[in-house]
Design a protein around this ligand. Structure first.
Ligand code: SF4
Ligand code: SF4
Length: 476
């Protein structure tokens, strides 16, 4: 294998995700992982809440000292509160089509899975799905679809985004559409930006080139460079909020953790903007997937430690966990750094408007947390979190570098908290069960009392407007 030198400012995949640097970092951390003085120094730096390098974060992840691990948990929790407060943003995935030309061996949508019923929604069907999602109370979606130049061309995605934004059903509306589509070219990214997307999400799956090429044997996704350099093209195309992630379990978690942080360093170095979000999906069983793939799966304890160390290493990135995880794991993860979760999700094409067709076998993966959105909202409130349906930032042009500055100096709070309370009130008024409504309104009253006067005035005025039916969608 050709030798590459680690260079975060390079535009070449093998230089900013340098295999040798990953391997050497892991070796270094193996050797020093219980060096208490070094760990204390790293924690001291971490307490400044400006992030850590991949090597520093890896040392925290690998250490076995109970005292240090206690401090990691405490600090992750503190950073979560300092940057994100007690709010949790809610969203739902929307699967548009499961046609796919790729051969990802861990995904049941792969092209050679002949047992998978293939579906692509028409614009009319999308409308029914969106109405079902609006009736649940969702305001923020993540579009999901396989890569298929004929069945799912970019024009189909753009038309679907337009359809989604136009649907106004009762008091409902989808106000932010994030998009998770295959790596593409700069021009296509510009078109997505012009269509008004929020974040462009693309998971690397695995940063380990050898594993990547083996796990993606066929289709355009086989090209490791295309995948790894995609966020650079997205940024150059004008999308300044990008969401990265790996599918933990495809390679060793130490490799993925280190390389993911190198990707963060690259984006910050080249574009002065880190990732808007980091997702932490774990490999899950699914139809037609070889169980031998699960050799590198990680335990719950390692999983939550990864979340805590990422929280400390990249304080400004929102962190996302999906319904792949159980209620219990999500509870632990929320404490340590997660700021966004999906709720009431369906991972099949057409699953929201045809819930009885749920066993139609078109699901991408099995869901572990099957609760309704209302149950999730109630559970968050009970656990001291504020469920938020806020979508304000990109509509106020607070994106990219501008957003990062507000986040880094912790002033984003001034927007997030009032917006969370107002969007929650909308949910309570329009969609919640009486039990959730009672608890939610009690929590809102407690939270308004903590706001500075100017924000409290704005929030109280619009809480009343929402309750009296005078309007919706108030935000700062
Ligand atoms: Fe297709 Fe994505 Fe599944 Fe791969 S992971 S087979 S690209 S839908
Ligand atoms: Fe997210 Fe911006 Fe709303 Fe805060 S104000 S929850 S950062 S969209």
């Amino acid at each position: 294998m050709q030798k590459y030198k680690y260079n975060p400012s390079s535009l070449v995949a093998d230089e900013f995700i340098c295999h040798d640097e990953v391997v050497e970092s892991i070796e270094f951390a193996q050797h020093h992982k219980n060096d208490i003085e070094l760990l204390k120094q790293i924690l001291k730096k971490a307490r400044e809440e400006k992030g850590l390098s991949h090597r520093e974060a890896l040392l925290l992840l690998m250490n076995d000292l109970p005292e240090i691990n206690q401090q990691i948990k405490k600090l992750a929790k503190q950073i979560k509160l300092d940057f994100y407060g007690n709010r949790i943003v809610l969203f739902a995935p929307l699967y548009l089509s499961n046609y796919c030309v790729n051969g990802c061996t861990y995904c049941p949508y792969h092209a050679v899975n002949k047992n998978m019923p293939r579906k692509k929604m028409t614009q009319q069907e999308i409308e029914s799905e969106v109405i079902a999602l609006q009736d649940m109370g969702h305001k923020r979606l993540a579009l999901e679809l396989g890569e298929h130049p004929v069945m799912n061309p970019l024009d189909y995605v753009l038309e679907s985004i337009d359809t989604i934004y136009k649907i106004k059903h009762k008091n409902g509306s989808i106000r932010r559409v994030n998009v998770n589509i295959a790596a593409t070219d700069e021009k296509s990214y510009t078109k997505l930006k012009d269509a008004g997307i929020g974040t462009y999400i693309l998971f690397q799956e695995t940063y380990n080139r050898e594993r990547y090429e083996k796990l993606h044997p066929t289709g355009p996704k086989h090209d490791y460079n295309r995948q790894t350099e995609a966020m650079d093209r997205a940024m150059r195309g004008g999308i300044d909020d990008v969401g990265i992630g790996v599918l933990f379990g495809l390679s060793t978690y130490l490799y993925e953790f280190t390389a993911l942080l190198m990707h963060v360093e690259h984006l910050k170095t080249v574009f002065n903007v880190g990732p808007h979000t980091i997702s932490v999906p774990r490999l899950r069983p699914a139809d037609g997937i070889n169980p031998a793939l699960f050799a590198d799966c990680i335990s719950d304890d390692i999983f939550v430690k990864i979340i805590a160390c990422l929280r400390i290493a990249v304080p400004t990135a929102g962190m996302i966990i999906s319904t792949r995880e159980s209620k219990e794991t999500r509870e632990r993860a929320l404490e340590l750094g997660i700021s966004q979760i999906s709720g009431g999700s369906k991972t099949s094409v057409g699953g929201y408007s045809n819930p009885n067709d749920e066993n139609n076998d078109s699901a991408q993966f099995d869901i572990c947390d099957n609760r309704t959105l209302d149950e999730i909202v109630y559970w968050l409130l009970e656990n001291g979190h504020i469920p938020s349906f806020c979508t304000a930032c990109y509509r106020k042009h607070r994106t990219g570098e501008q957003f990062m500055k507000l986040c880094a100096n912790k002033s984003i709070h001034h927007f997030c908290h009032p917006n969370a309370l107002l969007s929650l009130q909308e949910y309570l008024t329009d969609y919640a069960s009486s039990q959730t409504k009672t608890l939610g309104e009690k929590v809102i009253a407690q939270e308004v009392a903590k706001l500075p006067d100017a924000s409290a005035k704005f929030v109280l005025q619009h809480l009343a407007d929402i309750k009296e039916g005078k309007g919706r969608d108030f935000y700062l």
